[in-house]
Design a protein around this ligand. Structure first.
Ligand code: ADP
Length: 405
């Protein structure tokens, strides 16, 4: 069932997150005091499959509507359905703007940007940097442009937050002509780090403006070191494969392994891509699952080893990031595993005692906001991430600015 909005003077923003087989949406209303309130969210899943499905939830996460297609359906039709559904939900109000989560801004974009023909052209040139993600997002933008000409679209990049990383931290030890082609360290999950660091500023300014590490531990995982609230180093690099062991991605890997696989296992680029993005990480190491919950429930020794490796890599990277910061004042857990797994948090914190981390076990088990003891030299926090809200904030600000152009 769809719920009609009352006519109002509020502005409404849709946030779209286009993945390889899903399209997630959130719809925000900008209140008179500037706060953004989510009114509905949901997704189309199974894009490219024989029966894609749509589900919508209300602001309390109660099921609002669902729909199933009984044949493979193109993205144009699915997107038209979604935008019509949102417009119907909003009627008599209208969408003021749409925001998109974009993986890669390359060296060209270090802030959210209004979509124009020139911007679209440049973003197409960035496809080789993120061939799995960028084409789908651009397809969504093109389709909206065609069907809803004049609707303001804004793109927010997951790389932008790391624009403050010092040049030396961006270099690989590669010949200069490759660096000049953009083969450098970019880093991702920037919208999550930006949101969490803004939240932390409201909660504890000292923690947010000191030497801080945020660990975004979800099915994709990376960590960001910040000084004075600005990113100075991060574990993902040129691609979203580097750094931590993830659900199905390998994380940091000796490049010699790739050479070996090409030269001695005759692996082709597509096979390597599948191996590194989809068949590795917790899933590959355990041979059981990419989900921490499944691994914790298993008695298989490989499940335990996969979890141990996940923790070990977080601990090793923390040492590296603390070195980049020159110390550590605060450590923040966020995203699916970081927010919901007391076991993983405890295992990580225990191995960080040498840095001055002292975990309050009770607070950790209860999932409280602050989970370090009073005497801990490093304060430790759990802060839920909310990338969609971060995008909506950028969209609200930028769409207002462009209204005045
Ligand atoms: P993404 O948004 O990248 O898909 P999330 O941040 O939602 O990922 O994290 C998903 C992961 O979080 C799951 O794969 C699972 O490993 C982990 N997770 C979710 N809930 C729990 C839980 N209660 N305990 C441990 N891990 C959990």
């Amino acid at each position: 069932m769809e719920t009609k909005s009352e006519a109002s003077n509020l502005r409404f923003y849709a946030v779209l997150n286009a993945g390889s087989s899903s399209l997630k949406y959130s719809l925000f209303a900008e209140m008179e005091d500037g706060r953004l309130e989510r009114r509905t969210n949901g997704s189309i899943e199974g894009i490219g499959s024989i029966s894609p499905s749509f589900t919508a939830f209300d602001c309390d996460q109660y099921n609002l509507d669902e729909y199933q297609w009984n044949r493979p359906t193109g993205i144009g039709t699915l997107l038209a359905f979604l935008i019509n559904w949102i417009e119907n939900f909003l009627s008599p109000n209208r969408l003021s703007a749409v925001g998109h989560r974009m993986l890669h801004g390359g060296t060209l974009y270090d802030a959210p940007v209004l979509v124009t023909p020139a911007v679209l052209k440049t973003m197409r040139e960035l496809i080789p940097l993120a061939p799995l993600h960028q084409p789908r997002i651009l397809q969504v933008i093109d389709t909206i442009n065609e069907r809803y000409p004049g609707l303001c679209q804004i793109v927010c990049f997951d790389t932008s937050f790391h624009k403050s990383n010092p040049p030396v931290s961006r270099l690989y030890g590669l010949p200069r002509h490759l660096t000049d082609k953009g083969l450098i360290h970019y880093g991702f999950h920037g919208l999550s780090f930006e949101y969490v660091s803004e939240e932390l500023k409201h909660i504890d300014r000292h923690a947010a403006m000191g030497k801080t590490i945020i660990a975004h531990l979800g099915s994709g995982a990376s960590m960001c070191a910040m000084v004075n609230g600005k990113s100075i180093a991060t574990t993902m690099g040129f691609s979203a494969l580097d750094g931590l062991v993830m659900g199905t991605r390998c994380g940091q890997l000796d490049p010699g392994v790739i050479l070996y696989l090409i030269q001695h296992e005759q692996m082709k680029p597509k096979e390597l891509e599948t191996l590194l993005y989809q068949d590795s990480g917790l899933l590959g190491v355990s041979g059981i699952s990419n989900d921490v919950r499944d691994l914790m429930a298993s008695t298989d020794p490989y499940a335990k080893e996969a979890l141990d490796l996940f923790v070990y890599r977080v601990v090793r990277e923390t040492g590296s990031l603390a070195a980049a910061c020159g110390g550590l004042d605060a450590f923040v857990f966020t995203a699916g595993i970081g927010e919901r797994s007391p076991y993983i948090r405890k295992a990580i914190c225990r191995q960080l005692d040498w840095l001055g981390v002292e975990l309050d076990e009770r607070a950790n088990n209860l999932g409280e906001l602050k989970i370090s003891t009073v005497s801990s030299r490093v304060s430790v926090w759990i802060l839920p991430t909310y990338e969609e809200l971060m995008i909506a904030r950028h969209v609200a600000r930028l769409s207002r600015e462009t209204d005045h152009i």
